[in-house]
Design a protein around this ligand. Sequence first.
Ligand code: MV4
Length: 454
Amino acid sequence: MFSKVLIANRGEIAVRVIRTLREMEIHSVAVYSQADKDSLHTKLADEAVCIGSASASESYLNMAAIISAAEITNVEAIHPGYGFLAENAHFADVCTSCNIAFIGPTAEAIRLMGDKVQARKVMKKAGVPIIPGSEDVVGNKDDALKIAKKIGYPVIIKAAKGGGGKGMRIAYNDGKLVSLFIACQREVEMAFGDPSLYIEKYMPNSRHIEVQVLADKKGNIFTLGERDCSIQRRYQKLVEESPSPVVNSKMRKKLFKYATDAVKAINYTNAGTVEFLMDRVGNFYFMEMNTRLQVEHPVTEMVCNIDLVKEQLKVASGEILRYSSDYLEPKGWAIECRINAEDIHADFMPAPGRVTELHLPGGPFIRVDTHLYGGYLIPPYYDSLLAKLISWGRNRSEALARMRRALDEFHIEGVKTTIPFHKQLISHPLFIKGDDYFELIDKILNRAKKEEPE
Ligand code: MV4
């Protein structure tokens, strides 16, 4: 096992990783930008190194600065967290060439799954169902029209090197497809440095169901339940839960077989997530694979009673995982609400600022993963995630009841947050029912507008 690890990240996930390192008595090294000099992760780590100025490109995306910090503090491994360099295959290669263990999958696996078109090809060959669509990158609008003619409208345009919804556009006819295709190429080139696009049949009112997988270097593969992440706003997840209210045990067996086949097809190692779309009749289609620990991993940790960061460290250091599958059988229900610094009445606009007062919920089966403290100044340079509030119950209604009381107790003054949105969501009949989320977010926000005090 490693004796010293650098966390190449910030905010709540850096705090999260440091907590496990401390528990394992592994020396932790934090890195921070000048804007994060007062951030909690720099205080909890055993050491902290400033790696550059506020902008991510000068700091958390600055490979040379991070590797230099790793060299001068003499760490054996780097944990990338999520976002930033977590799915950057070149960074994983650089770590390896500097004889620093990258805590995650191989660079090859990251590179392959980072190309969504190649990922679809590999999964199709492995017998994992994929969403009907283009076999390859769609190079021009004429090819796009041919694909749409073959699969039928509506279609969705996606970035081959993208992910998580960025740069996606839905087209309902030829005219729209042509204009969106051209706009998408430009936008995707800007966002990902590669204009490659692919097209899929758009599946309206589908569900986003993802499977947490864990694999060691000896070929042992474990599926750690599924997460339902269907409550999203503009492709950003807001609430996640495990298990899914719409997956029964027969469906689950099929889902886990697909996820295991996906892992085998690419010799995946370490923690990862295989994302599927579920249509209205319960068919699953591979969407993409995330080669990192996800924001919503605590939901799985709560139902499987496992520390996924600890498992990542064990796999990265070459340990063999000897779990019997029933040992990891999910128990009970967990729900996570993402608490963002956003103004829900201003189109969820990011709302950084100083936290003047903070009271975190607690009590039975409540977990809060956050880097907040009273008086903390939230910088405007990074994503708006402030905290993840997770509740566990023996069943969904108990987990919901605990989430409700925890949200009521959660108190943040000084910045606008998504707490009021979550309070409305988890009390909405459609969410409580759990099987029809169609346009649920709009219904809540429109209802909020009607109830807004004049
Ligand atoms: C889709 C889709 C419908 N049809 N692809 C892409 C990123 C992922 N987080 C969700 N994405 C979607 N891809 C096809 N071919 C719908 C979504 C989608 C979604 C799916 C289920 C539940 C909520 C969703 C919210 C936004 C987008």
